[in-house]
Design a protein around this ligand. Structure first.
Ligand SMILES: [Zn+2]
Length: 475
């Protein structure tokens, strides 16, 4: 029942958007840009930065806009990694939505960049600075949206919770994980929107797709190691640590993890098969049949992107072996990096590697985020995703029709993991939704001279404003 009502309200609401601009008014633009600048210029790297400074600055912005201190929480495991949680109180007709954004950024060295990475610089139609793509632009958009709505006197039909957090990119104090473990009540929600994922792909200035990350693979590293008494290289023996590891890696090269689809990748291929043409479209349809067409799977899997959507992947990424040119190696080891499909645990994949290598004298251990090596891996698995919530999909589709007419909205599975891994595991379905548009060949997150087109930022500001309103004014 709620759905029928919200769809009807949405039609009225989106009809009013088309009459309006997809770019913000001057006052909003000024607010959004000043918040963005402030965040970029607060260094939040793990090495020398301070996430708390950013959290406190955003808390002040929200206090100034009329949010009450008792609806806020500032805290974390140590004084450099404090997270900010703000609750925008609604009427409670629907369950809350949680918005998450990580405030930390990847390291950036001044000498590697053309501009100072911690200065917000406007140049040639772009904003430059570390975090302009990942993801201070979206943190600023979320804060701007909350402030705009509050100042307009808007009362949502559900609580809107904003969590700005630490250590998504690295470090030992992941804020989302910490909040779930320590303050679950503060962030409990029906679902989560995370603008760290999703977004609009542009090709030559034209929007080609609006992606919603509705699931993600799990990241894991494994150490594969052989040891040997060694000896003088003038007297080789049949058993050799380097050959042992090399053999294992060749087995891995030829091994393919099973083909598997879930609710999100099914929806993805169903959609893509209507957009693509020729053999690819036919193959995308054929893998959705029961039973799936094996030849189609094989053809699609030749493409690295399709391959990663259809399978868990594991690949050798580093080798370390030997200690002298004239000595038999006493040790050889390889790092194997895996991207695991939802529903499979990190230890399950470790055991699968043991089976593939089929060499009892090799050890296969788990390497955690802090580079510590463990005999076994966690039983943690990403939950197999449920189908995308119609409320979210419909709203994004309707807004996209105004912002980027003609471009399809596509549910995707991200190849890497974001903070969604924690919220999903905690039972809150998490979607990567963003109105930020980027040229597919200008992705600079984590890289040098990170930048964002000014137009993209402006539309991203408007898109989120309408998105949040639509999702909280239907019931
Ligand atoms: Zn990110």
């Amino acid at each position: 029942m709620k759905h029928v009502l919200s769809a009807a309200a949405l039609i009225v609401f989106t009809a009013s958007i088309s009459a309006q601009s997809t770019t913000p008014d001057a006052q909003t633009k000024q607010l959004a840009t000043s918040i963005f600048k402030q965040l970029i210029e607060i260094n939040t790297t793990d090495s020398v930065g301070n996430v708390s400074t950013a959290s406190i600055a955003m808390q002040q912005r929200l206090l100034d806009a009329g949010f009450k201190k008792e609806d806020m929480y500032l805290g974390g495991p140590n004084d450099r990694k404090e997270n900010l949680v703000v609750r925008y109180k609604g009427t409670g007709k629907q369950k809350p939505i949680l918005f998450i954004g990580h405030e930390d950024v990847v390291e950036a060295r001044r000498e590697d960049w053309t501009t100072d990475p911690f200065k917000f610089i406007e140049k040639d139609g772009y904003y430059y600075g570390r975090g302009t793509q990942d993801m201070k632009e979206s943190d600023a958009i979320l804060v701007t949206t909350f402030i705009r709505l509050k100042k307009s006197g808007y009362v949502p039909d559900r609580d809107l919770i904003l969590a700005l957090t630490a250590d998504e990119e690295g470090g030992k104090s992941n804020g989302v994980d910490w909040l779930i473990k320590n303050h679950r009540d503060l962030i409990d929600a029906e679902y989560v929107l995370n603008p760290d994922g999703g977004g609009v792909d542009l090709e030559h200035g034209k929007a080609v797709s609006i992606n919603i990350d509705a699931s993600e693979k799990l990241y894991a590293d494994y150490q594969v190691m052989a040891t040997n008494p060694g000896g003088h290289s003038s007297l080789p023996r049949p058993d050799n640590a380097i050959y042992q590891v090399a053999d294992a890696m060749v087995k891995l090269q030829h091994y393919r993890f099973p083909f598997e689809l879930n609710a999100v990748t099914r929806a993805y291929f169903a959609k893509m098969s209507n957009i693509e043409t020729g053999q690819i479209a036919a193959d995308e349809k054929a893998i959705l049949q029961a039973p799936p067409d094996q030849a189609a799977i094989a053809r699609l899997s030749k493409d690295p992107i399709h391959n990663s959507t259809l399978h868990t992947t594991c690949v050798a990424t580093r080798l370390l072996a030997g200690h002298a040119n004239n000595a038999l190696p006493q040790m050889a080891s390889a790092n194997v990096n895996c991207r695991i499909l939802p529903g499979h645990s990190i230890d399950e994949i470790r055991r699968e590697l043991v089976r593939v290598f089929d060499d009892p004298s090799l050890t296969v251990k788990y390497v955690d985020d802090a580079n510590e090596v463990h005999e076994t891996a966690p039983d943690r698995a990403a939950l197999p995703p449920a189908a995308l919530k119609p409320e979210v999909l419909n709203t994004v589709e309707k807004l996209s029709a105004t912002f980027w007419p003609g471009a399809p909205v596509i549910p995707t599975m991200a190849d890497g993991a974001s903070d969604g891994v924690y919220t999903n595991a905690a039972g809150m379905p998490t979607y990567g939704v963003s109105g930020i548009q980027l040229e597919t060949d200008d992705v600079r997150a984590h890289g040098k001279d990170e930048r964002l087109p000014i137009d993209s930022y402006d539309e991203g500001v408007q898109f989120y404003y309408y998105l949040v309103r639509s999702l909280s004014s239907g019931a």
